[in-house]
Design a protein around this ligand. Sequence first.
Ligand SMILES: *Cc1c(COP(=O)(O)O)cnc(C)c1O
Length: 396
Amino acid sequence: MQKEFGFGTKSIHAGNVKDTQYGALSTPIFQSSTFIFDSCEQGGRRFAGAENGYIYTRLGNPTTSVLESKIAALEGGEACLATASGMGAISSCLWTIAGAGKHIIADGTLYGCTFALLNHGVTRYGVEVDFIDTSDLDALRAHLKDNTVAVYLETPANPTLKITDISAVAEVAHAYNPEIKVVCDNTFASPALQNPLALGADVVVHSATKYLNGHGDVVAGFVVGKADFIQQVRMFGLKDMTGAVMDPFAAWLLLRGLKTLELRMARHCENAAKIAAFLAQHPAVEKINYPGLPTHKGHDVAARQMKDFGGMLSFEVRGGKAAGMKLVNSLKLITVAVSLGDAESLIEHPASMTHSTYSEEELREAGIAPGLIRLSAGLENAEDLIADLAQAMENL
Ligand SMILES: *Cc1c(COP(=O)(O)O)cnc(C)c1O
């Protein structure tokens, strides 16, 4: 695939392998767990890495390979590994990087299960984790140590939409030790809006359940980075540690969803910007977090490192948690559900749902207010979404 093709062209064409048997336009689903060897010797050569070819779907599958090549192209990475979920990607990646006696610096504002993995999971096995605010470079400098192996962050962060300057973090971490892996969860932006590898990150992880698939019918993830690192994640983190392999049918659904990623992201962004403008002027709204608003703390950094400001926003209404819950329960069109990046607009209450892995004190430290409401702007017509929010606000 030529480098100069646009994002939309790449999301449709990159990585595709021509079906020489029947000429199928759509990549076939190789729903096979294992692959036949011509001989015992050939099987041995494949296991030894002396001959290319598929062995077993946990190690690779032709449908999934097309998808991995496509995602690598969209993120501007050398290689990609598909996984069964976003948590499968994150855990396979971290198990590959860290071990007993190693140290990870992580942002304190993370997807709830990532926070749990870092806070209560890897620490059980002798990995040391410090949570900081990665948008504070002095805090980052103060926590880097000889045994630091990774700096882990999300930008925009779930659910506060906090923005971290990826290049600045990569510069500080790599100046201290070029071996440190800066790992960025790019789920909220998607590669259509932000490419962390081009900004200096070493590894990108995704919950492909969200925008990449985009249709609310798949749970999936990706790890993207240098070819040798991705090979380590494939042959250790995934193969031996998590076993979180993507199913070929999920890979096929993702190939289908990705064809419209650029178009969908444009609409998600447009809808979120209109909703944010509506909420920002509404008297019932106490606080709104959307990186596209000039009042957002990370607006300038977001404008620099993202192509647009994304489809996610969060807000608090006057009256705190009780009023926020009432608002959510009064909606008629916007759906109450976790997950994000789907055609349907989805709304949820992080403190009791996606971020219930945080204690009250941890929520406070991460800036996740008890009444915070998170909204994923879908692909509906913005005026319908705004009208729904407006009628629900009248109930407050
Ligand atoms: C949903 C999510 C995850 C976890 O992904 P799953 O596909 O649900 O395992 C990780 N990071 C972020 C930012 C998410 O929103």
